[in-house]
Structures are given as C-alpha cells and as structure tokens.
Design a protein around this ligand. Structure first.
Ligand code: PEP
Length: 249
C-alpha cells in the first residue's frame, strides 16, 4: 500500500508570518492518515522545520544543486537542505525547467544528489499545452520519466509528480480520464523499468490547479496517490480541505 501524500509548493511566496499556517496545519492534522509535506522558500526552511517539529508535517526544498559544494553562487546543495531540516526536495518543476533551462539530465543529476543526502526526490514532469494538443503527451512524459528518474529509484527515495504545464496556476484541470491515462501510463512505464514491486511502491502525485473543490474527484482517480499543490497550499484554510479529501480517499 502506498502512503498518500499531500505536498505543498510555496514557490517564491512566504515570509516569517506564513509560519503560522504551518502551525495551524500541524494542529489540524495531528493524526493524519496521509503524509503531509510543505516546501517553503529556502529562507524559511530552518524556521519551518522547527515550527512543525517533524510531525505530522514534513518540510522540503524546492530545488537543489547536483554538487555537494563548490563555486555555484546562489545555489544550495541537497546536504544544506537536509541540514536546514528538509526531508524531501522538489526537482524538475516546470518553472525550473522553463526559467532555468533545466534538462532531464540535470534533473537526474539533482535527483542522485538528493538521494545521496537522504532526501526524497519529488521528480516533476508534464507536457505543455502545445504538446497535449499535438497528441504527444504520453511520449513527452515517458521521455521525461525515463531521463529524469535515475536507476535506483524506489518508493522510499522517490515520488513522481505529473503536472501538466498548462494546468499549473491557471485554474485549468485535465479531465479525470486524461489524468488517469497519464498516471496509468506512468505506472506501466515504471513497472517495465523497475519491476512490479518497486513500481508499485512509487507514489504518483497529480499537480495543477488542485483546489478544495476538485480534490476529492482527483484523488478517486486511478493511480493518483496524492497531489502537489501550489497556490492552494499557501493557506491552511485551503490546504486542509485538500488533505481531508486525501485522507477520505
Ligand atoms: C505547482 O506549482 O506545482 C502547482 C501545482 O501549482 P498550482 O497548484 O497553483 O497550479
């Protein structure tokens, strides 16, 4: 059985007062049947991990460098995230791929670095609108999965998040059939590469405009083990009902 996961990506949002949202989440979901992960900006990592105290909310980074140290101004290593209290890191988010030109190869190198530091890698993939409209969604996500997720992946060190680029922050959501098609495909791809036991242990999150109003139906969709949530993870009042929908699924 895969443990359900509700992950929040705060992106470049959140200053000190936002920590109160974490305290509310921690109190509301003390006995959650799901794992909860919040990835705040790096400036809040230490304070966030102190605020949640490991349980029931875990803290993650939003990116890391592939190297463990060196002349990389502005970057952070996986080890640094770990030291600041992170237990996971989002890698290959479409905003990183677009804004920083991250390739699948880069994402794979960062994923290995995350594993070496004992972080869970939340590896993101997803097609653009143009790719969906040209009918190449499965080809694109299949290629991203194969090249971004290194050999050695398993359910302990990796989570895969399917995030159609056109659904992120837009309020547009794929149909449940479209989500199921991609998630079933990803599970099949993982099975042919890693075998059934490992493939069945890797959680597949859906991400892209998940809100309290659509969470339950998304969580009832085949091979959806949780969500990676952007905007609706910033406020406990929005994220809590999403977590509750996951708990009930
Ligand atoms: C994201 O950035 O990973 C995301 C899914 O954003 P949103 O929920 O705001 O669409």
């Amino acid at each position: 059985m895969r443990q359900k996961l509700a992950a929040g990506n705060w992106k470049m949002n959140g200053m000190g007062p936002a920590l109160a949202e974490l305290e509310t989440l921690t109190k509301t979901h003390k006995k959650s049947a799901c794992e909860i992960l919040i990835c705040p900006p790096a400036t809040l990592l230490s304070r966030a991990s102190e605020a949640v105290n490991g349980n029931p909310v875990a803290i993650g980074g939003q990116d890391c460098h592939a190297n463990s140290s060196g002349a990389h101004t502005g970057d952070l290593s996986a080890e640094m995230l770990r030291e600041a209290g992170a237990t996971a890191v989002i890698l290959g988010h479409s905003e990183r791929r677009a804004d920083h030109g991250e390739s699948n190869k880069t994402v794979a190198a960062k994923t290995m670095a995350a594993w070496e530091s004992g972080l869970i890698a939340v590896v993101c993939l997803g097609e653009t609108l143009e790719e969906r409209e040209s009918g190449s969604t499965l080809k694109i996500v299949g290629t991203q999965l194969a090249a971004s997720l290194p050999d050695g992946a398993n359910g302990v060190n990796s989570v895969v998040a399917y995030e159609p680029v056109w659904a992120i922050g837009t309020g547009k959501v794929p149909t449940l059939e479209q989500i199921a098609e991609v998630h079933n495909f990803l599970r099949t791809e993982l099975t042919s590469r890693f075998g059934e036991e490992i493939a069945d242990s890797i959680r597949l999150l859906y991400g892209g405009s998940v809100k309290p109003g659509n969470a339950a139906e998304i969580f009832a969709t085949s091979n959806v083990d949780g969500a990676l949530v952007g905007g609706a993870s910033l406020k406990a009042a929005d994220f809590s009902p999403i977590i509750q929908a996951l708990e009930a699924s």
